[in-house]
Design a protein around this ligand. Sequence first.
Ligand code: F3S
Length: 283
Amino acid sequence: MNVKVAEHAGFCFGVRRAVDKVYELIESQEKPIYTLGPIIHNESVVGDLEAKGVKVIENIEQLHSVRDGVVVIRSHGVGRAVYELMESLGLSYVDVTCPNVLKIHKIVERESKAGKNIVIIGNAKHPEVEGICGWSVSKPVVIETVEEAEEYQAMNGNPVCIVSQTTFNYNKFKDLVEILEKKRYDNNVLNTICNATDDRQRETKQIAKEVDTMLVIGGKHSSNTQKLYEISICECGNTYYIQSPVDLDSEMFQSSSCVGITAGASTPNKIIEEVQKHVRIKF
Ligand code: F3S
């Protein structure tokens, strides 16, 4: 079996930095360590951290019950109110928000203070987008679909600042911006999709075009992995979303001589290597 593994598969810089920081804290901290939400969307990494004593705080309300310890703000980032809450509770925290996300926080804060309407192209339920919303001084609007873009109306006809969730699909972003541009508001469009995402999506598309079966590896809840799957299935109908080698099945490779492998930003290299080995040996 010929196997092509994407060069940009797996941990991006922001995720690696966040995960490394938590392991570093385990070594250096005596106090209990908490992460505000799972540090990444990968069960094996989160499980390993839990085994080393790191606890996951599932929601902001739970912060009230933390008495002593260090809270890690993960790469997705959080809104201003969360920092204020932690400060008012006297909690120590370590902030590993990805610098690319911090940049969006700054843009949204600055532009909303300047009176612009904020539009975020992304998924409103994604923690990164929730965090970005939390930096706008006016009510931001999140747009994910063509219908939402068509319905959008800028408040008071004020200028509009458009940013994107870092892991959004670039082509979809372009399509949605095109719809918004037709409304002839004074738009300031900032493509804040991060390079790591862009590279990964481009490469996935290219590999999916060249192979008979495509494997997309990532956690069930990883939105960037879901996007890789969407991109891949358009080019290769034989695309499968898997989490680990356990999900592999010989039916996936029937009449395939070439298999492509890509993985979301929260997939550890170890899992990518295991999948690759498995495909080469077993099928
Ligand atoms: Fe940061 Fe981009 Fe990763 S925004 S967390 S480097 S996907």
